[in-house]
Design a protein. Structure first.
Length: 421
């Protein structure tokens, strides 16, 4: 409502007031109130709520704040505000402003979503201690030290070269292991009540042999080391859990047990002496395919086709002959078509000569490899006649280190190590 006054000289002045009519009742300067709060919060946080209010008969006397209809505070002077400790859920916040004549008005509600604070689950910690050397047959003890910041450790599993040796379900967590020859890696995995786990660092234990047998004088396998075809090592046989002699078929840096290694024999016993070295012992229950050879009771047998029977017990096996005689025949028939391999000078800095003898002519391929088996270059690829040959090449651009020279003819492959200074 506004009014304009005019005096006798024609000058004017005006004034206005706001009115609200509710049920035929005129209300002068109605109360206007608005509330604000964050849209989100985390449980336990202190949330600041504020409001603006104006109008009313005699001005605003107080503003009261409500969460889900329950009062959380009153403020008697501007700026109007209150605080509330958040609880999980979706909540409705309002403010009620009251004037000097005790009239009141309620704001429109605002919503706030409060999420729970989730503490992340922590895995256990574990460290392993144990001997770094021993002799085959010794009982070696390894002890795991564990802790769990938000629970308890319920089990510790021990591993030998990645193969489980057993689990201890009560503290103190330890393992007694009967040592087998070779360079062995022992680790342990702790699991807590939340099924979270952690694995310890490895304890490397060098186990020496007791002498005798096929493994006498053969070094243990070193994890990650590169081996070339013909290299022999002692390692744990995955099939038996006992020490065994393995021979690399070709370049490899894997653990004995995969197809890059040839199982020769168990370390115990006579180790296939008498000419059977290089032919694996027959292992009962193992399936063999056509052409595979095994040594059994002083003889060498060849499987005719798939078989899991005992050599000599049925017609699935051919008798190749006594161990020494058969081995000599095999060596003659399998003699590499590439012989007299020489690499000189070695170590070298600039030029390298690679000489060899071909028993008969054929397609020849000579390549340069790094120690990971990746090809760095082709030195020769084509037909070469029977006889002596020499390939000369430059290594001037190579970085100092070790490399491999590989020569292939048909199914025959030979490898030599080359060292660049």
């Amino acid at each position: 409502v506004s009014a304009i006054a005019t005096d006798n000289e024609g000058a004017t002045g005006s004034a206005s007031r706001s009115l609200e009519v509710i049920d035929d009742v005129i209300i002068i300067d109605p109360i206007v109130v608005n509330v604000s709060a964050p849209a989100t919060a985390l449980t336990g946080e202190t949330v600041a709520i504020s409001a603006t209010a104006s109008g009313g008969d005699g001005g605003i006397a107080q503003v009261e704040f409500f969460v889900d209809g329950a009062s959380v505070g009153t403020d008697n002077s501007a700026p109007y505000g209150a605080s509330w400790v958040a609880t999980v859920g979706i909540h409705s916040i309002t403010a009620v402003a009251t004037d000097g004549a005790s009239s009141s008005a309620t704001s429109n509600p605002v919503s706030i979503t409060v999420d729970e604070i989730i503490d992340p689950l922590l895995p256990p910690t574990i460290s392993l201690s144990g001997p770094t050397s021993g002799t085959e047959g010794d009982v070696l003890t390894y002890t795991a030290t564990v802790a769990d910041a938000d629970g308890t450790v319920v089990s510790v599993e021990f591993f030998l070269n990645g193969t489980s040796l057993g689990t201890d379900n009560s503290a103190p967590f330890s393992l007694d292991w009967t040592a087998v020859q070779g360079n062995q890696s022992i680790t342990a995995k702790a699991t807590d009540n939340d099924n979270l786990s952690s694995t310890s660092g490895a304890v490397l234990t060098q186990v020496s042999g007791t002498g005798g047998g096929a493994c006498d004088g053969v070094a243990g396998h070193v994890p990650g080391q590169i081996y070339l075809g013909g290299d022999q090592v002692v390692a744990v046989d995955p099939a038996t859990g006992q020490s065994a002699l393995f021979e690399a078929k070709w370049w490899t840096n894997t653990a004995p047990g995969d197809d890059t290694w040839q199982y020769i024999s168990a370390c115990s016993g006579d180790g296939n002496t008498g000419g059977c070295g290089g032919v694996e012992d027959y292992r009962p229950g193992t399936a063999y395919t056509g052409g595979q050879q095994v040594a059994y009771q002083g003889n060498i047998y060849s499987a005719k086709w798939w078989t899991n029977t005992t050599p000599g017990s049925d017609n699935t096996w051919n008798l190749d002959g006594p161990c020494r005689q058969a081995r000599s025949g095999m060596e003659a028939s399998n003699m590499a078509a590439i012989t007299e391999l020489e690499l000189y000078p070695n170590p070298a800095t600039q030029q390298v000569n690679f000489s060899f003898f071909l028993a008969e002519g054929g397609q020849l391929r000579v390549t340069l490899l790094n120690l990971q088996g990746q090809q760095l270059g082709t030195l020769k690829d084509g037909y070469m006649a029977q006889g002596h040959h020499r390939v000369q090449f430059s290594i001037a651009k190579l970085s100092a280190g070790a490399y491999l020279i590989q020569v292939e003819e048909g199914s025959t492959r030979q490898i030599k190590r080359l060292f660049k200074q």
